[in-house]
Design a protein around this ligand. Structure first.
Ligand code: WT7
Length: 645
């Protein structure tokens, strides 16, 4: 049997309409986005210029002089008509532990936290670090920050104390939110104690003035008098209304740290007008959001997917958004499908890694549940392999749902490429076509020239500014220019390879820089390497990605040891641990390969290309190794990797 390549709903006229609208959006972005911004968002006073600036100068700005508030758009404007509708539906670690927060409740809770923050001195423009588990409070705090104009910096609750400390220092954040503990997959995570550790590290010492703590479990925590404040108590004392700060469209909304190919993670900055519009329209278009929908994005709020598609996008559209505290495997592998049946989700949005790991348990699991409420299934984070796509489409969606493959990045705010449900014919493994306002091109990696026509490959670039583009890297605009704007002058460069097929469809082929994508989490090889060389046993380290059945990519670290250290299982464990404590458990290497040397050119450069081939088992296509200082090391490494797999 040959597998279908195109899944094409009979929607030609709608597909033609998409093409026409897309064309208009890129030929006349000023009128397109000017209208969209007025239609979609509520402004305190309108902008006088739609956009200005360019990629070349890295000075893009949207909706100049427009005044609005993101929290108002996500909460207040819905209260009058649907105050009693559930805004946030939360399910805790234990199945059936459910909380519903209506739009009216949400407004009161956000206002109380906003007033509590103000009472402690938090002001417009201040950075606020948020290290919270998936409890309703994470959304409440984000919205409260937006309401008073504070700039949140949410850190995924899987990051280690070292990683938190570094981010506190980088943003100079005087304010910090956490909870006593977190719950996930039956385990308890000591978030406050990890936070204490972070705040006590040398780089972060003395920066945090107030640490606001929510109660999740009631467990024991350390406590620093004068600095630590129980937020539930402080918020309960506050008046349940807080006026919205009038924000300029270009005022910062949040920072979110993400990994690059070199150096430390960078703080990507998003601004009020452009981000809010982008999250609104892409959530609506990608997921066909309608009144009364129950939208479930099961990502973590600590990543851009969670910011845009758990919090801002769904709420500004006034639907019910779902927040999930647990994992797809807890207490058993039917957890997602059980929740679909109980809550009757209309959309479900997850990552290929989760789909692949659930697919392994067969069709019987999902088939035990009623999944008929679903209309749209979303995937994000890495290219989805066609086999997993088909399983998602057939077994979960019963061939009745659209599968939307959404391509974006922390820096793009929201989707920039992806099919529209019921509109774009689908091809498993392709993220299909650009969103409105996004003009994608394929560039020759070497010359930077646009490659015309179809059936071509190169690097992906975006040709004109869209409202959601990140405006700068916090405190380092030079880096922003160097990473995104300078590699191909005149274009925004996301760092991915691409193929445009015979029909003009886009297939992302993965990062072309030294960034790993492990289970949809972006990790810089430089971060892993610096964690390893910080250990006294390690002289040199090279972290390499290799194909992994479930995670997409696994991490293989080649190391040479300093004199006096011997290879042993204990040492390997210690080195894995060094990476966990420097970054977080999600970055734990799959393989650590100590050896006497690494393949280097005669001029002393590590040959990453060869290490990549060895880690991937592609040893029959190593290419020329004669330029190596010591070619014999190659066979030694091949034997070691084979011994491990
Ligand atoms: C990188 C961005 C976007 C939210 C999660 C990760 C890869 C993302 C897709 C997709 C192929 C994808 C890219 C991108 N990526 N979505 N649908 N198809 N690749 O956000 O941590 O900023 O990582 O994830 O390589 O550059 P992020």
């Amino acid at each position: 049997m040959t597998l279908k390549e195109v899944y094409a709903p009979n929607t030609d006229s709608r597909f033609d309409a998409y093409k026409a609208e897309h064309q208009r959006s890129i030929t006349d972005p000023t009128s397109y986005w000017g209208e969209a911004a007025l239609d979609s968002l509520s402004w305190f006073s309108p902008f006088d210029t739609v956009s200005q600036g360019s990629f070349i100068h890295g000075d893009v700005a949207w909706f100049i002089n427009g005044k609005l508030n993101t929290c108002y758009n996500c909460v207040d404007r819905h209260v009058e008509e649907k105050g009693d509708q559930v805004a946030i539906l939360w399910e805790g670690d234990e199945p059936g532990d459910v909380k519903e927060v209506t739009y009216s409740d949400l407004l009161r809770r956000v206002c109380q936290v906003a007033n509590a923050m103000k009472s402690q001195g938090v002001k417009k423009g201040d950075a606020v670090t948020v290290y919270l588990p998936m409890m309703v409070e994470v959304a409440v705090v984000m919205l409260a920050c937006a309401r008073i104009g504070a700039v949140h910096s949410v850190i995924f609750a899987g990051f280690s104390a070292d990683a938190i400390a570094e981010r506190i220092a980088a943003s100079g954040s005087k304010w910090y939110f956490t909870s006593d503990e977190g719950k996930r997959g039956g385990k308890t995570i000591p978030l406050k104690n990890i936070s204490d550790n972070a705040m006590n590290k040398d780089v972060a010492k003395g920066i945090v003035e107030k640490c606001f703590v929510f109660k999740r479990t009631g467990g024991e925590t350390g406590w620093t008098e004068g600095r630590d404040v129980w937020m539930d108590d402080l918020a309960a004392e506050q008046r349940p209304y807080c006026p919205c700060e009038v924000m300029d469209s270009e005022d910062p909304l949040f920072i979110l740290y993400t990994s690059g190919s070199t150096g430390r993670p960078k703080g990507v900055l998003h601004t009020t007008g452009g981000y809010t519009l982008w999250s609104h329209v892409t959530a609506k278009n990608s997921f066909d959001l309608k009144e009364g929908d129950k939208f479930a994005c099961v990502a973590d709020a600590g990543w851009i997917t969670g910011h845009t598609y758990i919090v801002y996008g769904p709420l500004s559209n006034g639907v019910t958004t779902f927040m999930f505290e647990s994992t797809p495997m807890y207490p058993d592998v039917g957890r997602y499908w059980d929740m679909v049946q109980r809550h009757k989700f209309t959309q479900f949005y997850t990552a290929p890694t989760a789909i692949r790991s659930l697919m392994r348990f067969g069709d019987d699991e999902p088939n035990r549940y009623d999944l008929s409420s679903l209309r749209v299934l979303g995937t994000v984070g890495e290219p989805i392999n066609p086999e997993a796509w088909r399983w998602y489409y057939e077994v979960i969606g019963k061939e009745k749902c659209s599968v939307v493959d959404t391509y974006f990045q922390t820096e793009t705010a929201g989707h920039v490429i992806g099919n529209l449900p019921g509109v774009t014919p689908m091809k498993p493994g392709s993220c299909t076509l650009p969103h409105f306002g996004v003009e994608t091109v394929v560039l020759d990696a070497q010359t930077g020239k646009e490659i015309e026509g179809n059936d071509v490959s190169g690097v992906l670039a975006i040709k004109q500014p869209w409202p959601g583009i990140t405006r700068t890297c916090l405190g380092d605009h030079e880096r922003y220019l160097n990473v995104y704007m300078k590699p191909y002058p005149g274009y925004y460069f996301p760092g991915d390879g691409v193929t445009r097929d015979k029909d003009g469809y886009i297939w992302i082929t993965g990062r072309v820089d030294d960034v790993l994508n492990v289970s949809g989490h972006r990790i810089g090889t430089a971060e892993v390497e610096s964690a390893l060389v910080a250990h006294p046993a390690v002289a040199q380290a090279a972290a390499i990605g290799f194909p992994h059945d479930i995670k997409g990519q696994g991490i293989c670290c080649y190391t040479t040891l300093t004199n006096g250290y011997e290879e042993s299982e204990d040492l390997i464990k210690e080195l894995r641990n060094a990476v966990r404590t420097s970054i977080g458990p999600f970055a734990t290497p799959d393989m650590i390969i100590p050896s006497s040397s690494l393949p280097m050119t005669r001029s002393g450069k590590i040959m990453r290309r060869i290490l990549r081939k060895i880690a991937s088992g592609e040893t029959d296509s190593l290419g020329d190794i004669t330029t190596l200082g010591d070619p014999s090391i190659v066979q030694v490494l091949i034997d070691k990797v084979e011994g491990m797999t």
